[in-house]
Design a protein around this ligand. Structure first.
Ligand code: KIV
Length: 282
C-alpha cells in the first residue's frame, strides 16, 4: 500500500509552489479503480461521464444520484490507493441545500472522500452548505457537460476576453466558498494559465492545456476503449478496443471450432465415480 493523498494534501499541491502535477483519472468500477491506483494515479473521479462511457446515454443528464452511488461504492470496494472524488449529477445540488447535503452524504457514505459539482458563482451557496457539513468539494468550470443545452453543445468556453475574466472570477468565488481544487474543462490554454495563477487551490485541466496544476482524462479514452468520439485533448496510451475485439473474436472462433475448452480447461471426476456414472447412464 502506498500513501493515499488527503484532501488537504491535494489543496496544497500548486505547481508554482514546487508541487508535482496532480494526476486524476475517471473510474467507474472496482477493477478499473484498482488498476488506476496501481499505476500511481493520485485521484480517482467517479465521473458522471459514466452516463456516456458506461451506461450508453448521449450526455450526462440521464445519470441519477442512485447511479452515482452504485458506481462510487464499486470504486471504493476496489480499495484503491487514491483519493476518491464522486460527481454530484445534474439536479442533485440545484434544488435545495437539504437535497444537496443528503445527496452528497450518500456519495461520501458510498466511499468517496469528496464530491465534485459543476458551475461558477451561482453554485457558491451550495458549496458553502457542503463545506459547512464537512464535505470537501471540488469545483468544475469552463465546459460543464451538465449545461450542454444552455451552452448550445459541448463547446470550448472562455474564448472572449469577457468570458475569460468571468472564468477567473468564478474560480476565485469557488476558492473563497471553500473548494479544495477546481477542474477546468474545455478552455483555451492561456485562459487556464490565467485562472491557475489567480487561485491558491490547484486546477486540474481537461482540454485546458499544460498550465494547470494537474490533468484529468477519462479512463476509456486513455486506454482507447471507445472509438466513437475522440476530442483533440485526448491522448491515447493504448488501443484496447482493437485488442479486445481481436481477443473476443479468437474466443468465438475457438468455441465454434471446438478448440475451447481443452481437457486442461475442464474438470474431471475420479475414475471410480466416472465408472459408476457410465453404468448409470447405460
Ligand atoms: O465526468 C467526468 O468524467 C468529468 C471529467 C471529464 C472532469 O467530470
Amino acid at each position: 500500500m502506498g500513501t493515499r493523498l488527503t484532501v488537504p494534501a491535494v489543496r496544497a499541491r500548486k505547481v508554482r509552489d514546487g508541487g508535482d502535477p496532480l494526476v486524476m483519472l475517471t473510474a467507474y468500477d472496482a477493477p478499473g479503480a484498482r488498476l488506476a491506483a496501481d499505476a500511481g494515479v493520485d485521484l480517482l473521479l467517479v465521473g458522471d461521464s459514466v452516463a456516456m462511457v458506461v451506461l450508453g446515454y448521449p450526455d450526462t443528464l440521464g445519470v441519477t444520484i442512485d447511479d452515482m452511488v452504485h458506481h462510487t461504492a464499486a470504486v471504493a470496494r476496489g480499495e484503491p490507493d487514491a483519493l476518491v472524488v464522486a460527481d454530484l449529477p445534474w439536479l442533485s445540488y440545484h434544488v435545495s441545500p437539504r437535497d444537496t447535503i443528503c445527496n452528497a452524504a450518500r456519495l461520501i457514505r458510498a466511499g468517496a472522500a469528496a464530491v465534485k459539482l459543476e458551475g461558477g458563482k451561482a453554485r457558491v451557496p451550495m458549496i458553502e452548505v457542503l463545506v459547512t457539513a464537512e464535505i470537501p468539494v471540488m469545483g468544475h468550470i469552463g465546459l460543464t457537460p451538465q449545461s450542454v443545452h444552455a451552452m448550445g453543445g459541448f463547446r470550448v468556453q472562455g474564448r472572449t476576453a469577457e468570458a475569460a475574466v468571468e472564468l477567473v472570477e468564478s474560480a476565485k468565488a469557488l476558492e473563497h466558498a471553500g473548494c479544495f481544487a477546481i477542474v477546468l474543462e474545455g478552455v483555451p490554454a492561456d485562459v487556464a494559465g490565467l485562472v491557475t495563477s489567480a487561485v491558491d487551490v490547484p486546477t486540474i485541466g481537461i482540454g485546458a492545456g499544460p498550465d494547470c496544476d494537474g490533468q484529468v482524462l477519462v479512463y476509456h479514452d486513455v486506454l482507447g476503449l471507445q472509438n466513437d468520439l475522440r476530442p483533440r485533448f485526448v491522448r491515447r496510451y493504448a488501443d484496447l478496443a482493437a485488442e479486445t475485439v481481436d481477443a473476443l473474436s479468437r474466443f468465438a472462433s475457438d468455441v465454434r471450432s471446438g478448440a475451447f475448452p481443452s481437457a486442461q480447461e475442464s474438470y474431471s471426476m475420479g475414475a471410480e465415480a466416472a465408472a459408476a456414472l457410465r453404468l448409470y447412464a447405460s
